[in-house]
Design a protein around this ligand. Structure first.
Ligand SMILES: Cc1cc2nc3c(=O)[nH]c(=O)nc-3n(C[C@H](O)[C@H](O)[C@H](O)COP(=O)(O)O)c2cc1C
Length: 323
């Protein structure tokens, strides 16, 4: 039994499998689906602190959270301690999430260009200032998510500062911002961070199946695992990993039936929560049908469709046995 309990602040999770925050992916419906398959904690997509404290707050928050999606974390992105505090206070009041996370890892130019995400890793004092500001103000536990830096010393320096500032957990993606998604996640560097801190450290990067989950957990000694891309279109990954860590055995599944059935469930959840108009359903449908028999035909046809209803109809024709 390799699945462990994980405690973040006062929240004790039944296991240690987390869904990564992913922009345009981890909407409420997707999080609920991952949770139904055993994700112990889910994070929202990153939310800009600036957007939250400006007048378009309502649009940003529409369909963000629901009572069923618990425990959950809200991830904020920003670079000003004051603005992040204001945004976090608002989130705390409005949603009472179990944790508020700060994005210190996003490498995209749109984010780093404004001094946010991984750009902050170049300013350890500012990171310390941001985390202290939040831990000093909020009742909600605060976590942070970083990428590694080229130098181990600098990676450890920033990790220690985040702990010193009062964070309740730290997630480490084992790639530098410069790498974006190339190369492999550096498990040795993640392990070095784990060994340097007392707060829970969550390993992230390249966990795509049962074996990589087990290897990451064992090699790094981390307290939890965070899964990102491997859940896109295949939220069932959480049940597979969970089962394997609990029993040492792999689940037999029929991907065709599983993925098309999950897509149907996803559409239902999107509809229930009024989220269909706000997502790029075509893109999500591509993920859910990746590798399936008949998916080439589906992909060719889907490009001519715009609305959710016709995509669901096409899905029914393309994968008739399950939907
Ligand atoms: C489409 C996409 C969107 C992402 N958005 C975010 C985000 O909003 N916040 C964040 O901290 N990381 C974000 N990430 C990074 C993931 O959380 C994760 O750190 C990364 O994908 C590595 O984990 P994986 O190998 O399991 O995918 C995103 C990644 C992808 C692929």
């Amino acid at each position: 039994m390799k699945l462990k309990k994980l405690k973040i602040g006062r929240t004790e999770l039944p296991g240690n499998l987390l869904l990564a925050p992913m922009a345009d992916v981890t909407n409420l419906a997707f999080r609920l689906l991952c949770r139904s398959y055993g994700a112990d904690l889910t994070y929202t997509e990153m939310i800009s602190a600036d957007a939250l404290i400006n007048e378009n707050r309502k649009a940003v928050l529409k369909g963000l959270a629901s009572r069923e999606d618990r425990p959950f974390g809200v991830q904020l992105v920003g670079s000003s301690p004051e603005k992040l505090r204001e945004a976090a206070l608002f989130v705390e009041e409005e949603f009472r999430p179990e944790v508020i996370d700060v994005n210190l890892g996003c490498p995209s130019k749109r984010i780093t260009g404004t001094g946010c995400g991984s750009a902050l890793l170049r300013s350890p004092e500012l990171v310390y200032g941001i985390i202290s500001e939040l831990t000093g103000t909020l009742n909600t536990p605060v976590s942070a998510k970083i990428r590694i830096l080229k130098s181990e010393e600098k990676t450890l320096e920033i990790a220690r500062l985040i702990e010193k500032a009062g964070a309740s957990a730290l997630t480490v993606h084992g790639r530098t911002a410069e790498q974006m998604y190339s190369g492999n996640s550096d498990l040795a560097r993640i392990r070095a961070v784990k060994n340097a801190l007392s707060i829970p450290v969550i390993a992230n990067g390249d966990i795509r199946d049962e074996e990589s989950a087990e290897k990451t957990l064992e090699f790094t000694g981390c307290d939890g695992l965070m899964v990102g891309r491997a859940a896109m279109g295949t939220p069932f990954i959480f049940r597979r990993i969970r089962h394997y860590l609990e029993t040492g055995e792999k689940l037999e599944i029929d991907p065709q039936a599983q993925q098309s059935g999950d897509f149907e469930a996803y559409i239902t959840l999107l509809e229930e929560h009024g989220l269909l108009p706000s997502i790029n359903l075509r893109m999500h449908a591509q993920w859910f049908t990746k590798g399936l028999h008949g998916s080439r035909h589906f992909r060719e046809k889907i490009n001519n469709l715009e609305d959710g209803k016709s995509i669901v109809e096409l899905m029914k024709i393309s994968f008739p046995e399950k939907i």
